[in-house]
Ligand binder design. Structure first.
Ligand code: NIG
Ligand code: FE
Length: 427
């Protein structure tokens, strides 16, 4: 058999311990399977063979890459992004510095609502182009699969416009996207005093979302001044009845009991969890809901409290990490930076961090059987790093260590590739 591509002379190969299954929790999160001096063959977009570097010289192939003793890992997976929106919000930086809270900016019609205005005014084509730009950058950071949430439309037309842009991107861009409907991201001004009427309007969209296969997950921002626990419960329960899997922006700023709600409803993941209670953490562990932690957001909102990652890990919660890429609370596409934040702010071990952004991230977006590991027959989503060991990536922070990115067996990014477009070419 002739292989399509061979990676040889791999220094460290982080296969992740696929035989354990997942999501990983407790002590399992602090273990990695690291193979040394290996080679790997790819055929038809999948891993065909893993063997010793010596054996690989006898494997026939169309193309070979000499990894030069460097690190090879699964492609990074980002399970929480707000990828599609128009405009930007750099003017909020000064407000934040003056101490105006994030929720106060929202209350005054800024924040999420200012991005909603820009997104409503943008065409689907413009949203597609801008999201593709951000997705290119994610790819350059070694991310091969991401989740993308809607939620900057807050009306039928614009929510569907965002979701359709995601669907088209998923068909046309090498990075794979799983889609989440977050129509319940904020209360739009036209429904300021009628949040339930607004939520019902968003629920009306579920049929068309299902028919056009526009999203697999439904999410809600359960927060003071946004949606209450009761409203969130009613909304998510209806989405569940329709057959959607659930995510929830839970206890991001105020501890409302979002972790408990996610556990009660059997959500696939609960996100943020900065204010999650001890009881909520215990319930996440018992119910198997994955905790999706977003340290970049705590950093950027400059909050004194961080998600209690160590407590969650001790209690046996499966933890994943994500960028939360969005124009307000965390404008970065760099998941490598988030890995560094998790090391410093959460004191997660480097092994826990790698499991969080591969195996557990795949499980948090419903792709646990197929992504996030390197094993025979799995899809060949790989990163060759400009580093010789896995500890180096979160250690040397704020810069990009990607050398080559492979998606479905095809080289889709190489160091030195650059985008032609300017960030300011978008409305
Ligand atoms: O996850 N919390 C709600 N949504 C985003 C922020 C969105 C925005 O500020 O535009 C988050 O932090
Ligand atoms: Fe978010």
């Amino acid at each position: 058999m002739k292989y399509d591509l061979i990676l040889e002379n791999i220094g460290q190969l982080l296969t992740m311990d696929y035989e354990k299954g997942g999501p990983l929790c407790g002590k399992d999160m602090d273990q990695l399977l690291v193979l040394e001096n290996k080679a790997l063959a790819i055929a038809d977009g999948r891993i065909a063979l893993i063997g010793s570097n010596e054996d690989a010289s006898g494997w026939p192939a169309d193309k070979r890459i000499d990894c030069g003793g460097k690190l090879v890992t699964p492609g990074l997976i980002d399970p929480h992004t707000h990828l599609v929106f128009a405009g930007s919000r750099e003017h909020e930086m000064g407000l934040k510095q003056k101490g105006v809270p994030y929720l106060e900016i929202l209350k005054q019609g800024g924040g999420i609502l200012s991005t909603v205005n820009a997104t409503r005014a943008a065409s689907e084509a413009a949203l597609f182009e801008k999201a593709a730009y951000h997705l290119d950058r994610m790819l350059s950071y070694g991310m091969t699969t991401v989740e993308a949430k809607s939620g900057y439309g807050l009306n039928a037309e614009t929510e569907l416009k965002q979701l359709r842009a995601v669907k088209k991107l998923n068909n046309e861009h090498p990075v794979e996207i799983v889609s989440t409907f977050l129509g319940a991201h904020a209360i739009p001004p036209e429904y300021k005093h009628q949040p339930e009427v607004f939520l019902n309007e968003m629920l009306q969209l579920l049929d068309v979302i299902q028919k056009e296969e526009l999203a697999q997950f439904v999410d809600i921002f359960c927060e003071t001044g946004v949606f209450t626990i009761e409203q969130s419960k009613a909304f998510l329960s209806k989405a569940k009845q329709k057959g959607f899997q659930l995510k929830i922006h839970a206890d991001e700023i105020d501890p409302l009991g979002g972790a408990e709600l996610a556990s009660e409803l059997g959500a696939i993941s609960a996100e943020h969890l900065v204010g999650a209670s001890e009881e909520g953490i215990k319930q996440l562990a018992a119910s198997g809901v994955i905790a999706c932690l977003l340290p970049g957001t705590s950093f950027y909102l400059n909050k004194p409290d961080h998600a209690k990652a160590r407590k969650m890990l001790e209690e046996g919660v499966a933890v994943t990490l994500a960028t939360d890429f969005n124009p307000g609370s965390c404008p970065t596409e760099n998941l490598q930076l988030i890995m560094s934040f998790a090391a410093v702010m959460y004191k997660m071990t480097v092994k826990e961090i790698w499991n969080a952004v591969t195996v557990n991230a795949a499980h948090a977006i419903g792709l646990g059987d197929e992504r996030g590991v390197i094993a025979p027959m799995k899809q060949a989503d790989l990163v060759i790093w400009d580093a010789v060991n896995y500890e180096y990536i979160p250690y040397h922070f704020g810069v990009n260590h990607t050398q080559t990115v492979i998606k479905k067996g095809v080289i889709v990014f190489e160091k030195g590739d650059h985008r032609e477009q300017s960030a300011f070419s978008f409305t």
